[in-house]
Design a protein around this ligand. Structure first.
Ligand SMILES: Nc1nc2c(c(=O)[nH]1)N[C@H]1C(S)=C(S)[C@@H](COP(=O)(O)O)O[C@H]1N2
Ligand SMILES: [Mo]
Length: 338
């Protein structure tokens, strides 16, 4: 085959490096953004993914020449190629809906994370030094052609998914598929990493509300007196979403409108928790009911947070404390670490 003779070299490698940075960044951002403009980040993620695939033949030419020189492929390059293929295949399967197994997104993210050390290895072992000519007119034109080609292929794939009514046509802007909306009993129960479903003993349970004015403990009966309602979609980064009618108490009713504090932390009996800008307290709901029924243990009884417009990992379950603080909300890991 003529692959070896394709005119490919450092610029292909540089382009791939930039694209890998882009897919990792946009992938992380899609997980972080639960509101409408996240759509553009998701599309950017897809386009960058396509561009990586389009560079495949050129990259293969480089690799083949490299093997020729070194006699064989080094195992980290093989591993990198393998995880890239897994990430691309699972990404395409999820986006088109061709395959809809639950662990698909985990495998996709797992492969992406696994690629990082190999990418770092590649940068160190096979360094590519950018040169001024990398931004020559010709290089820019080629980059433009790659971008145009990638947008075209991405658009064609989306068109095909729609034309053939593949399940992918029905995914939300985050890429998630609908699961059991307005049917809380059928809604999936899921945990972020290593938490497990809690069966909270109501007689001992209290909601501790900590503000600069002091600490309060609220019982579950007291909480049942509130009837605030919010309709919102829980959109799990595992790739599904479910819209429900939630009922409980809006957070600001418990903490008041505070101007001299920055953030409100919401914590679970398991130690899991997230911190929010205090201005969100008007929209955050501590829900004790869903779809007119008390929450099940799996969905976070006695109360769970409903955080409209935020991805599922912000929706803390089995809440037992709300804490006002001067720590800025962004002073936490972008994604929970336990
Ligand atoms: N305490 C606690 N709350 C949690 C989690 C967790 O692991 N621990 N997982 C979050 C994630 S990732 C999601 S998608 C939702 C899932 O809510 P559900 O099981 O009611 O569908 O809960 C969130 N709240
Ligand atoms: Mo999730």
């Amino acid at each position: 085959m003529g692959l070896r003779r394709l005119p490919a070299g450092r610029k292909t490698n540089l382009a791939l490096l930039v694209l890998l940075g882009l897919v990792l960044l946009t992938g992380g951002l899609v997980f972080a953004i639960g509101v409408g403009w996240g759509r553009w980040v998701a599309i950017g993620h897809g386009v960058a993914g396509v561009a990586i695939v389009l560079l495949g033949p050129w990259k293969s030419a480089i690799s083949l020449r490299g093997f020729g020189k070194r006699g064989m492929a080094s195992w980290p390059s093989v591993a990198l190629a393998l995880v890239m293929v897994i990430a691309v295949v699972t990404g395409v399967m999820h986006a088109t809906g061709l395959l809809q197994e639950a662990p698909l997104m985990r495998v996709h993210v797992g492969a992406a994370l696994a690629s990082i050390p190999f990418i770092v290895w590649h940068i160190i072992a096979r360094p590519v030094r950018p040169r001024a000519t990398d931004l020559s007119r010709r290089a820019v034109l080629r980059g433009g052609a790659l971008l145009g080609g990638s947008v075209a292929v991405y658009g064609a794939m989306e068109g095909l998914v729609r034309a053939t009514s593949l399940r992918g046509a029905k995914r939300r802007f985050t890429g998630s598929y609908e699961a059991a909306s307005f049917d809380p009993r059928a809604m999936p129960v899921t945990q972020w990493l290593d938490d497990s479903v809690q069966h909270v003993d109501l007689s001992a349970w209290r909601l501790r509300v900590v503000t600069p004015r002091g600490e309060r403990a609220i019982t579950s009966e007291e909480l049942l007196g509130f009837r605030d309602r919010v309709r919102a979609a829980l959109d799990c980064t595992g790739g599904w979403f479910s819209e429900q009618e939630w009922e409980g108490v809006l957070l600001w009713r418990l903490i008041g409108d505070l101007t001299d504090v920055r953030s409100v932390g919401v914590g679970s009996v398991t130690g899991y928790g997230r911190r929010f800008p205090v201005t969100d307290a008007r929209n955050l709901l501590l829900a004790s009911r869903v779809g007119g029924q008390p929450l099940s243990a799996g969905h976070g009884a006695p109360i769970r947070l409903v955080a409209p417009g935020r991805r599922g990992f912000w929706w803390v379950k089995w809440v037992d404390r709300v804490e006002i603080g001067s720590t800025p909300w962004w002073w936490q890991w972008p994604f929970p670490v336990t």
